[in-house]
Design a protein around this ligand. Structure first.
Ligand code: AHG
Ligand code: MN
Ligand code: MN
Length: 334
């Protein structure tokens, strides 16, 4: 076993592969493809001010949201790799209404992948952390191609979930169901090196060192219960920290303890964030790190999606803080 400074992500995955005697190496190849795609996306993000991909495209995606040229580019790069790499039989992304299948002449694999190619729309162009979220499930349907049933499995069926964040450092965080690991990209050697192993999300309530984040600009659109949750943390002396990229807010809470809330509001009755490619993956990571994610009353990982782009309210972070939020939400109206 090499010392930690030589534990690159490839070696880590090969070691994990050896723990499963039946493993074929397909999953390792898939994850390495995702990482390769993210490195290419990062290159574009890093030179944004100089790049040609500066503008919104003018298109409105399936979410009724503007699409940025960089969203489009990240989506195209990742789809190209994931649908032609031989390990998947379909991909769902934030930017495409339907499942993206594998082109006719390419091999099909046993995995389905969901991606948010670029998370943090409002931070594109202002040099604030953005990133890519991914989630992997095994195909359950018959036949070579995937169908809706493969994607509409509850979050607990994920075999892997992770994100790559393009911040001051590029970091990869993922779980394959055996804890949460962080790798940091080392520029000189072009490798992701293990930087944190078996991450545990600290409790928030007793130490008050962690933080609370939510877009409180929606205050007037929230119901009284959502306001009560925010009031509890804001009046309780917790730091308020909100970046506006889900993965960046989550990453802070993962390492330092905290809670991120995106409740329903009167304009978005189901909240904003999407189950398949935002909430399920980060909820899997949260639970693997000892944290929790709920829609208000139920664990996000237990929700069975009805549609590909389904949204849900979310309270995610340190276990004790999320349970506190759940108690406030369940309290009878005064
Ligand atoms: P995306 O850029 O993939 O559409 O996701 C943006 C998300 C998420 O990153 C963030 O937490 C949230 O949108 C912010 O939404 P508001 O501007 O409504 O707060
Ligand atoms: Mn997103
Ligand atoms: Mn996105």
């Amino acid at each position: 076993m090499p010392t930690k400074e030589f534990m690159n992500v490839r070696r880590f995955l090969y070691n994990e592969q050896r723990l499963s005697p039946k493993a074929t190496g397909e999953f390792t190849t898939l994850l390495l493809d995702i990482i390769l795609g993210c490195k290419k996306v990062c290159r574009e993000v890093r030179q944004f001010g100089l790049s040609q991909y500066q503008h919104t495209t003018g298109a409105i995606n399936v979410q009724d949201e503007e699409v940025h040229e960089l969203d489009d580019l990240a989506n195209d790069l990742l789809l190209d790799l994931l649908t032609k790499g031989g390990q998947t039989c379909g991909v769902v992304t934030e930017e495409n209404k339907e499942i993206v299948g594998v082109p006719a002449s390419f091999e099909r694999g046993k995995y389905v992948v969901t991606i948010d190619p670029l998370d943090g729309f409002s931070n594109i162009g202002v040099n604030v952390n953005i990133g890519t979220i991914f989630s992997v499930r095994k195909k359950i349907s018959e036949g070579e191609d995937s169908n809706l049933s493969d994607f509409l499995q509850p979050g607990r069926s994920q075999v892997c979930a992770g994100y790559v964040m393009y911040g001051p450092a590029m970091v990869l965080v993922f779980t394959i169901g055996r804890g949460v690991y962080e790798f940091t990209y080392s520029l000189g050697i072009d490798e992701f090196i293990l930087s944190r192993e078996n991450i545990r999300m600290p409790d928030l309530l007793p130490n008050k060192k962690g933080s609370f984040s939510a877009n409180t600009g929606y205050w007037n659109l929230w119901d009284d219960k959502a306001k009560a949750v925010s009031n509890f943390f804001m009046e309780g002396g917790y730091s308020f920290r909100h970046i506006g990229s889900f993965i960046a807010d989550f990453h802070r809470h993962l390492l330092q303890g905290g809670i991120f809330c995106y409740p329903a509001n009167s304009k978005s009755p189901n909240g904003k964030l999407r189950l398949l490619y935002e909430l399920a993956p980060l909820s899997f990571i949260a639970e693997q790190a000892g944290g929790l994610a709920i829609d208000g009353s139920r664990p996000i990982l237990d929700l069975k999606p009805d549609s590909l782009h389904q949204r849900s309210p979310v309270y995610i972070g340190s276990r004790d803080a999320v349970i506190k939020a759940m108690e406030i939400l369940a309290a009878p109206k005064r």
